[in-house]
Design a protein. Structure first.
Lengths: 118, 112
């Protein structure tokens, strides 16, 4: 499976500011997703990053708060806007593509970005 | 989307013993995947089982899937201290197009 890298790996930010997280895959993938993992919790899907069009957001997540870009099949960014302490989480991107059998195979994840908002 | 539930939420066993974790879900699925996460780091993919499969093995891992009961289990045999981690099941219901729905996870501690 492909390898995903994320930048930054962690950051400490002030309330009211914004942070953009980058996700880079070492090969083209059909689908890319962004997830949030709040402290001590499981992962929750934020949105599907669509190449060349607006992202598809899950219930409870909006574009103004979490704008997403996906300019090509290997790169995506997630911005956490106007941050508050409640946004302190790990943010993970993932990629998903068809395997050798031509069907979607396992979804693989980046190492995550640990965000702390003061 | 469905909510997965793992049980137990926490499990502590002695090194060398087997560890079994269970996962339940609510709606029909296409695939079910198990992941491991060490200390809040990225997720490591362990195994994928498709809805038409009942059992799958990978090294010391054995996964079962019972679609009639909407449940899956992950068995780790001959556990090692390095297996200490959180384990999550995740389901998709439309060939991956909608992303994954994760269970709450089981925190496994292997006592040396």
């Amino acid at each position: 499976s492909a390898v995903i890298s994320q930048k930054p790996s962690r950051d400490i930010c002030q309330r009211g500011t914004s942070l953009t997280i980058q996700c880079q895959v070492d090969s083209q993938v059909t689908m890319m997703f962004w997830y949030r993992q709040q402290p001590g919790q499981s992962l929750t899907l934020i949105a599907t990053a669509n190449q060349g069009s607006e992202a598809t957001y899950e219930s409870g997540f909006v574009i103004d708060k979490f704008p997403i870009s996906r300019p090509n099949l290997t790169f995506s960014t997630l911005t956490v806007s106007n941050m508050s302490p409640e946004d302190s989480s790990i943010y993970l991107c993932s990629g998903w593509d068809t395997g050798l059998a031509g069907v979607l195979d396992e979804q693989f994840f980046g190492p995550g970005t640990r965000l702390t908002v003061l | 989307s469905q909510q997965g539930e793992e049980d137990p939420q926490a499990l502590s066993i002695q090194e060398g013993e087997n560890a079994t974790m269970n996962c339940s879900y609510k709606t029909s699925i296409n695939n079910l995947q198990w992941y491991r996460q060490n200390s809040g780091r990225g997720l490591v993919h362990l195994i994928l089982i498709r809805s038409n499969e009942r059992e799958k093995h990978s090294g010391r891992l054995r996964v079962t899937l019972d679609t009639s009961k909407k449940s899956s289990s992950l068995l780790i045999t001959a556990s090692r201290a390095a297996d200490t981690a959180s384990y999550f099941c995740a389901t998709d219901n439309r060939s991956g197009a909608d992303g994954l729905t994760f269970g709450k996870g089981t925190h496994l501690i292997i006592q040396p």
